[in-house]
Design a protein around this ligand. Structure first.
Ligand code: AMP
Length: 254
C-alpha cells in the first residue's frame, strides 16, 4: 500500500477506469474504520483511505492538539484491511492547492451536534468536499456512528450534485456494546466501565421511548453531563460527557 501526500501523486496513482472507493478518517484507526474499508472494498475496485485531522471541524476549546495520531499504526491496519492507498495530505495541500470550496452544511446540520458544536458541520462538509475533489471517488463510505454527519454529507452530495454515492456503514461495537471510537483511548479504566453502559441505556430508550428516564439513567450511571438525547431519523441519538471525553452513540428505534 502506498502512502501519498499530494493531489497530483494521488491522481497519477489511480487508474481512472477503476471504480474508486473512498474512506475518509482522522486516523487513530480501530476496527470500526477497518469495517468501512472492507465495505468500500466490496463496492469498488480500488480503495483510497485518507487520514487527515481536520482543524476546521474542531472548535478552539476542543481536542485538536491532543487528538491521537499514529500514522505507522494506521498504515499497517489499512494495508491489512485491503486499502490500496493511504492519502495523508497536509493542511497546506488540502486548503491551499487549487480547489476552493466554501460550501455550507444544509438542514440536516440543524440541532443535535450543531447545538453544541456550531461550526463543526461546516468544517466537515468543507473538508469532505476538498477530499472528494482530490480523490474523485465513485463511492464514499461513512459510519453510522456519526449518524448526523452521514445525513449532512448525503444532503451535501445531493445539493451540490457531486458525482459520488454515499454508503453508510453499521456501527462496530466492542463486546460490551460500546461503539468503537478513537476518543475511547482517553477513558480511564473506571470511565470505560461507565461508557459501556451508554449503549445499554440507549437501546432500552429505543424500545420504551422514555427519553427523560434515559437522561436520568445516563447521569446516574456516572456521566458528568448530557449534551442531548433525542429521536430523529428513526434513531435515538445521544451525546454525553464522561470526565473530559465526549461520547456519541445512536440506535435504531425499530
Ligand atoms: P473519524 O476518524 O472518527 O472521523 O471516523 C472516520 C469514519 O469512521 C467516519 O465515517 C465514522 O463515522 C466512522 N466510524 C468511526 N467509528 C466507527 C464505528 N465504531 N463503527 C463504524 N464506523 C465508525
Amino acid at each position: 500500500m502506498k502512502i501519498i501526500r499530494t493531489k497530483a501523486e494521488l491522481q497519477s496513482a489511480i487508474n481512472h477506469n477503476d471504480k474508486i472507493g473512498f474512506v475518509p478518517t482522522m486516523g487513530a484507526l480501530h476496527a470500526g474504520h477497518l469495517s468501512l474499508v472492507k465495505l468500500a472494498r466490496e463496492n469498488s475496485d480500488f480503495v483510497v483511505a485518507s487520514v487527515f485531522v481536520n482543524p476546521t471541524q474542531f472548535a478552539p476549546n476542543e481536542d485538536f492538539d491532543s487528538y491521537p495520531r499514529d500514522e505507522k499504526g494506521d498504515a499497517a491496519m489499512l494495508e491489512s484491511a485491503g486499502a490500496d492507498i493511504l492519502f495523508s495530505p497536509t493542511a497546506e495541500v488540502l486548503y491551499h492547492d487549487g480547489f476552493d470550496s466554501d460550501i455550507k452544511a444544509g438542514s440536516a446540520a440543524q440541532g443535535l451536534e450543531a447545538t453544541f458544536r456550531p461550526t463543526h458541520f461546516d468544517g466537515v462538509v468543507n473538508v469532505v468536499a476538498r477530499l472528494f475533489d482530490a480523490v474523485k471517488p465513485d463511492i464514499a463510505v461513512f459510519g453510522e456512528k456519526d449518524y448526523q454527519q452521514l445525513q449532512v454529507l448525503t444532503e451535501m452530495v445531493k445539493t451540490y450534485n457531486m458525482p459520488v454515492e454515499i454508503i453508510g456503514a453499521p456501527i462496530l461495537r466492542d463486546e460490551h456494546g460500546l461503539a468503537l471510537s478513537s476518543r475511547n483511548a482517553y477513558l480511564s479504566a473506571d470511565e470505560l466501565k461507565i461508557a459501556r453502559k451508554l449503549n445499554v441505556i440507549v437501546r432500552k430508550c429505543a424500545q420504551d421511548k422514555n427519553i427523560n428516564s434515559a437522561k436520568e439513567t445516563i447521569l446516574d450511571a456516572g456521566f458528568k453531563k448530557m449534551d442531548y438525547i433525542e429521536e430523529r431519523w428513526g434513531r435515538i441519538l445521544v451525546a454525553a460527557w464522561l470526565g473530559k471525553t465526549r461520547l456519541i452513540d445512536n440506535i435504531s428505534v425499530n
